[in-house]
Design a binder for this molecule. Structure first.
Ligand code: ACO
Length: 432
């Protein structure tokens, strides 16, 4: 990073603040020494202007719709790579050689089973427990079954833990689904790839094997690639925050799952389907829904639209829209929700409300329609997102833990509550 500086004048004094430049020439005001030199702190609620870290993992240019993992454009990865290979790239920094990839695949297969005792845990959840809650709880539970919790600097131990976590997450996700519908939990198979095995564990039954269609498995693999990382989003920042206290990988990732759950983040893919279904049930009146959004009635938003960083288009959404049409064609599905979604996109992209605010379809707008066509239930959509995001969370966890200058993440605040006051004994507090 080369250095320039900016000047801040306050109360007759001038402070030099270094301007750092990233490898893609983005310029950052470094305020590390702001408080110690000037007594001031910065305020940036929602962190829209705050770089929370330096990272070598993922690059986004929201104005130009660019997304790259470790320098590789998302468009190339989604076309040529697989989720397993992309995960390796994100976590270890380079594309694997053939032998590295085959070893990694072998480890994923080796670790796909859950400890038999863990299977009993699923019985403790009530019927209809949200799968995201089960996923988070069971990731921490899986951590209990690995007593030598990961040392990030030990390469062999780290690789082994990565394989365990990535592989077991898929088994946990499928088991949480089976539990929620009261069916037997299926064992994974040794002969299937990452996504195919997940579909098998979700849809096979002890007396009936689910035939995995290669094109559908590939579409799911591509969804995972597109979700694999997205720099400092809410859940990844959560993982980094937890990691900064030197919490173990399982605990940090379990926290990331909880952050992803919310409808403004990963939960949006399910919220989109709810929204489209409601519009469909009410006769498909897109215009009146858009009016409601624009009038901000009851805080209603066009789910699957808008992004904190992308202000032109979301490159993931572009690909997912194409894939959505291809998957529906392949399965011979006509989904009226797709017609409504496309109409909504068309109306919104030509409406000044959305144009002025730079609101475009994000990754969640069409992904739910693909998953619905495959037969994945809505309450599992965000779980699928979480499975895809695991490599990004792991890569970010390790980056935090391997940073020799790393400190615990601990923001400050502007206190806006009452100033100092004396304690009032209960008998003198009044009220009825
Ligand atoms: N529908 C209607 N209006 C919107 C939407 C939307 N989806 N998104 C933003 N706006 C409006 C806001 O009301 C605000 O308008 P105002 O200037 O009149 O007050 C303006 O656009 C800016 O919105 P903010 O909330 O400040 O934008 P922010 O960057 O904080 O939020 C977010 C980004 C959360 C993604 C937002 O666009 C949103 O809520 N979208 C819907 C939920 C969604 O799809 N989330 C998934 C995001 S992608 C992901 O996490 C994988």
């Amino acid at each position: 990073m080369s250095e320039q500086s900016a000047k801040l004048s306050f109360e007759g004094k001038t402070f030099d603040l270094p301007v750092r430049v990233g490898t893609e020439n983005e310029r950052v005001l470094d305020i590390t020494a702001l408080r110690s030199s000037s007594g001031l702190i910065s305020l940036d609620e929602g962190y829209g202007n705050t770089g929370s870290c330096q990272s070598r993992i993922t690059y986004i240019d929201g104005e130009r719709g660019v997304l790259r993992y470790r320098g590789y454009p998302i468009e190339e990865l989604v076309e040529h790579s697989t989720f397993t290979e992309t995960a390796y790239l994100l976590i270890f920094g380079e594309l694997p050689t053939e032998s590295q990839l085959s070893e990694f695949r072998g480890r994923l297969t080796e670790h796909q089973f859950l400890h038999e005792n863990m299977r009993h845990h699923f019985e403790g959840f009530p019927p209809n427990a949200p799968p995201m809650a089960i996923l988070s709880a069971m990731i921490n539970t899986a951590g209990c079954f690995q007593p030598d919790l990961v040392q990030p600097s030990d390469d062999e131990h780290f690789l082994e833990t990565v394989a365990r976590l990535m592989s077991k997450v898929r088994t946990i996700a499928a088991a949480s689904y089976k539990t929620s519908i009261g069916q037997a939990i299926m064992y994974p198979r040794f002969d299937l790839g990452y996504g195919s095995n997940l579909l098998h564990m979700m849809f096979s039954r002890p007396n009936r094997s689910w035939e995995v269609d290669a094109e559908i498995a590939r579409a799911l693999d591509q969804i995972f690639i597109l979700h694999a990382d997205h720099e400092q989003n809410c859940s990844t920042s959560t993982v980094r925050m937890v990691a900064s206290s030197q919490a173990n990988l399982y605990a940090s990732v379990a926290a990331g799952v909880c952050a992803l759950w919310g409808p403004l983040h990963g939960g949006a893919n399910a919220a989109v389907i709810d929204m489209l279904s409601q519009i469909h049930e009410r006769g498909g009146r897109v215009d009146s829904f858009i009016e409601k959004v624009k009038n901000k009635e009851e805080g209603v938003r066009l789910m699957g639209f808008g992004h904190r960083v992308y202000k032109n288009f979301d490159p993931r959404a572009k690909f997912i829209k194409q894939s959505c049409k291809a998957v529906l064609d392949k399965l011979g599905v006509h989904d009226p929700l797709l017609d409504i979604a496309m109409k909504m996109e068309d109306v919104a992209l030509n409406d000044p409300y959305f144009v002025e605010r730079k609101l475009y379809p994000n990754v969640d707008f069409y992904s739910g329609i693909i998953m619905r066509a495959i037969g994945i239930p809505v309450n599992m959509f965000t779980v699928m997102f979480a499975i895809g995001r695991i490599p990004g969370w792991i890569a970010n966890w390790r980056e935090v833990r391997m940073n020799p200058q790393g400190r615990i993440y601990r923001p400050r605040q502007i206190y806006a509550g009452p100033t100092s006051r004396a304690y009032i004994p209960i008998e003198r507090r009044g009220g009825s």
